[in-house]
Design a protein around this ligand. Structure first.
Ligand code: FES
Length: 176
């Protein structure tokens, strides 16, 4: 389950205060805001401009430049599909086509029921078990279109169905 919190200007200010001393503070603050809220709220733009002595256009430009920054609240679950070479060689392109069709969303989109946001990633560290998909914190390997549909259905009905895999293990190629 995507565990982000509702937007709060007060909480955002706390994040700004604890990171503003960093060199090039805008990027780490944006990452921290997205970690906290799941996206960069429109209200963050003027707040960061004021606090970091930047123009709104500067802040907006950085947020727009990096695709990993979401501009809208994500779905309850984040699905990341690997688009890197090893996964592509094992059918990731067909899998992506299937996922988009099955969920009726494009990359960076959220399903109509708010259940899933679909995002591309470049290597999940699970190349030995390509093609790889991550749903929230759960890494899955050798995901066929049918397996994806099963995982999506299980996640919709029982978000806790899959045990979290420690990242250290996932990089050694262990997956569900
Ligand atoms: S290339 Fe897909 S997990 Fe590494």
């Amino acid at each position: 389950m995507n565990a982000s919190h509702p937007w709060s200007a007060e909480r955002a200010m706390t994040i700004v205060e604890s990171n503003r001393h960093l060199r090039g503070a805008l990027l780490p603050i944006l990452h921290a805001l997205q970690e906290e809220f799941g996206y960069i709220d429109e209200q963050a733009i003027p707040l960061l401009a004021t606090e970091l002595n930047l123009s709104r256009a500067d802040v907006h430009g950085v947020v727009s430049f990096y695709h990993e920054f979401r501009r809208e609240k994500p779905g309850r679950h984040i699905i990341k599909v690997c688009r890197a070479e090893a996964c592509q060689s094992m059918g990731a392109n067909a899998l992506v086509d299937h996922i988009k069709k099955s969920l009726q969303v494009d990359f960076h989109g959220t399903t109509a029921d708010g259940a899933f946001t679909l995002e591309p990633v470049f290597c999940l560290g699970n190349c030995a078990l390509s093609p790889a998909v991550m749903i929230d914190e759960n890494l899955h390997g050798r995901v066929s279109p049918d397996r994806f549909d099963e995982l999506a259905a299980e996640t919709r009905t029982n978000p806790q169905a899959h045990q979290q895999i420690p990242r250290a293990l996932s990089h050694k190629g262990h997956a569900q």
